[in-house]
Ligand binder design. Structure first.
Ligand code: CU
Length: 261
């Protein structure tokens, strides 16, 4: 299951990719329409700090030090996720709208280690396609992405068919998509809630956004969650949710704002 070479677009006898599994149940036609309502490309990678950047007076940075001694954080669509100062579901109006960001709305001068609450807004009941692109490309490391609140259908996965391309990138994945070369198969795609993104490859998944709320979508390595390999899929509006119960406990910021420089 899930061969590390990520060759998923042709028949083979030695391994099975998740995208080659067949769903025992019928998959709804609307999910398999050629064009989804919303298509989101999410490249993810690491950002490596120089040590001089990190250890300055009056700074308190978070970072991971894996074996080898690098100092790094994670970026999804060039954003490192930080949790909001209050719960999105019960205290949405207490959160400064400038706290939120996404690939199309980055804070000005956010820099290469951009930190904010990565949130992608999705209209209720939209058919959503997500393309995860592994720009980390560390040998033998596949990032298991997990979505809360939904199961999704795995439409395709693999590596670039262009063997002259040594490393996949968002730009290359967009180009493959434009030329119809991202592997997609629509015959009973399997249902999952976690998928290991092939190393130096991509995954195409789909779901119908029929469960309103704020749902975390994240790599399931805990040490990658801590350094920002997350985002919030925000489906619908507060009006689509039941009201917050009276006297529901509230909370707020317990840390001063992070200053990097
Ligand atoms: Cu990861």
């Amino acid at each position: 299951m899930n061969p590390l070479d990520a060759i998923c677009d042709r028949k083979r006898n030695d391994a099975v990719c998740v995208s080659n599994l067949k769903n025992a149940r019928k998959v709804s036609e609307e999910l398999l329409q050629e064009r989804p309502d919303i298509k989101i490309f999410l490249p993810f990678r690491f950002y490596f700090y120089k040590v001089e950047e990190l250890f300055r007076p009056q700074t308190y940075n978070k970072y991971l030090v894996p074996p080898g001694g690098d100092h790094l954080i994670s970026l999804v669509d060039e954003i490192s996720y930080i949790a909001p100062p209050a719960p999105i579901l019960s205290q949405y109006d207490d959160i400064d709208p400038n706290q939120f960001c996404n690939g199309d709305n980055r804070p000005p001068d956010c820099g290469p280690n951009c930190m904010c609450t990565h949130k992608v807004d999705i209209p209720l009941n939209a058919i959503v396609e997500v393309v995860l692109v592994d720009e980390v490309q560390q040998d033998n490391l596949s990032h298991p992405f997990h979505l809360h609140g939904y199961s999704f259908n795995v439409i395709g996965m693999g590596r670039s068919p262009d063997t002259t391309i040594k490393k996949i990138s968002l730009k290359h994945a967009l180009e493959l998509d434009r030329r119809g070369l991202l592997h997609r198969q629509f015959k009973g795609p399997p249902l999952k809630d976690t998928i290991a993104v092939p190393n130096n490859g991509y995954v195409v998944l789909r779901f119908k956004a029929d469960n309103p709320g704020a749902w975390l979508f994240h790599c399931h390595f805990l040490f990658h969650i801590i350094i920002g390999m997350n985002l919030v899929i925000h489906v619908g509006t507060q009006a689509d949710l039941p009201p917050v119960p009276p006297n529901f406990p509230t909370c707020g910021h317990h840390l001063p704002p992070i200053k990097l420089h």
